[in-house]
Design a protein around this ligand. Structure first.
Ligand SMILES: [Zn+2]
Ligand SMILES: [Zn+2]
Length: 152
């Protein structure tokens, strides 16, 4: 099969979350093109996961960042966000957290931290910048659409 970027025949092809002009959401590329694409993690040697808005992130980087920032972010969520955000938002946040915890059997707040880290990596900013963004734009920016006040 040929690489859809350089059109060379390659033994190893990876699926990249790059939208094609024909509307297809993925591009099949050789390793050389993948490495240059910006949507392939060089550290973990894996293609990124793509989102509807075109942003991408390496899921292995998410988990590494969650571990690295867990204590700091848990603290910031408690002190910076829960003290400032309206109660209705916090209720939606906990409704989502409860659903996630049932699904993955996780009885803690990791999903919230993971959502912050994921958005930080998608926006290519520090997790702390997402805390600031939540303070300005509301908690809904880290919630899946169906848990937002305005699900559209
Ligand atoms: Zn190629
Ligand atoms: Zn990675």
């Amino acid at each position: 099969m040929n690489c859809e970027k350089c059109e060379k025949d390659a033994n190893l092809l990876v699926i990249l979350p790059l939208h094609r002009p024909d509307g297809c959401l993925n591009t099949i590329a050789c390793l050389e093109c993948a490495k240059k694409s910006g949507v392939y993690c060089l550290k973990h040697k894996k293609p990124h996961l793509g989102f509807d808005d075109g942003t991408t992130v390496c899921i292995y980087c998410i988990e590494a960042e969650v571990e690295q920032h867990r204590v700091e972010l848990t603290d910031l969520v408690n002190t910076e966000i829960f003290s400032q955000i309206d109660e209705a938002s916090i209720e939606r946040y906990y409704a989502w957290l409860a659903d996630v915890n049932v699904k993955v059997g996780e009885i803690n707040k990791t999903a919230g931290i993971r959502a912050i880290v994921t958005l930080a990596l998608r926006r290519r900013v520090e997790p702390k910048a997402v805390i600031e963004a939540i303070k300005n734009e509301g908690l809904d920016i880290i919630l899946p659409p169906q848990y937002r006040l305005d699900p559209s």
